[in-house]
Design a protein around this ligand. Sequence first.
Ligand SMILES: [Zn+2]
Length: 398
Amino acid sequence: MRRYYDDSYVMQFTAQVIERTQAGGHPAVVLDQTYFYPTSGGQPNDTGMVNDVPVIDVISREGDGAVVHVLAGELADDTVNAEVNWARRFDHMQHHTGQHILSQAFIQVAEASTVGFHMSADSLTIDLDKLNLLPETINRVEDLANEIVCADRPVTAKIISLNEAANIRMRKLPEKIHTDGLRVVDIDGFDLTACGGTHVRRTGEIGLIKVLRTEKRGDKTRVEFRCGARALEVFRSQNALVNQLTALLTCKAEEVSPAIMRMQEDVKAAQRDLKAAKSLSLDAEVASLIAATPAVNDLRIVSKVFADRDAGDVRLIASKLVQTSGVIALLGVPGEKAQLIFARSEGVPQDMNVLVKSALASINGRGGGTPAMAQGGGVPATTEQIGAAVDAARRLLQ
Ligand SMILES: [Zn+2]
């Protein structure tokens, strides 16, 4: 017997074991009566204790609908003193009742019907059959929902026959029922819906109802929301975050976004300036390398090992060097992932791909490229090893 239908507030009860079974490798029992809620209708299961054994899951069994209490260990006695975890259950009651109010408020304000409901430890959502809800609309929905909370309206549940049900206007019919008739939950003068879940007895117990965000899901809108203590938790952590940001940026809360946008602009401008300055300094470095290398038979072989330089910068130096005609650049970067970067100007006949492969063999590196530009490495090599590889390549050219 599912006693939570009659009273959501009973947390302690005695019962008799009427069946012992197994579920997911754990011992499990069916009781002659229970206030434990099994996972169903979007509401997660209760947890708690039977005698001294923790109840880790509660399942509504396919077929006969028996409520199966999954246990952490063996239960010795057939007579049990049971206790439902109140904090977890009350959170479910607040959110389930809050969901009814929110769903009705979305109908009244936005003509949006709820087609899905999900509740878990880290997420609470409803899915609406409507897209593109404006922030102002969400605000009006929240205002209406919280008015109903403040009015502290009674919430009642009763079983009615299917014939009676046909004559009253209800928000939603249930997928599956475990009572003789239909269980309807009535939020006085506001919402009437078929539901098998657990609810608070007055709307005031829900506390604040707050929508956190909406998200497009195919042709539906997913609405993330929180009620009561969980809404307070969100407010607390987000308020702490805003306080941190205003302290870091020394501004008021409403100035945080413009301040961050200004910083992003500043960073972009600084990056542009840095790139330009770097290019100028590389140009000067390249010019001095060319000037310091005498041409032999119209060919300048610029060879150099760059310790503590970024391989990307050295690659840029190589490509700048060969913009001057008659240049071969044999450059190396030692380190954990050493690099050899060889390049030549247009019109110079030597093949850099062949040359870099023979040089890489001496450091056991791999790589390649085109006859005009080739590179490789990726293995650890010292300044001396890279210097020797560059010198060997230079000798091959002469
Ligand atoms: Zn409900």
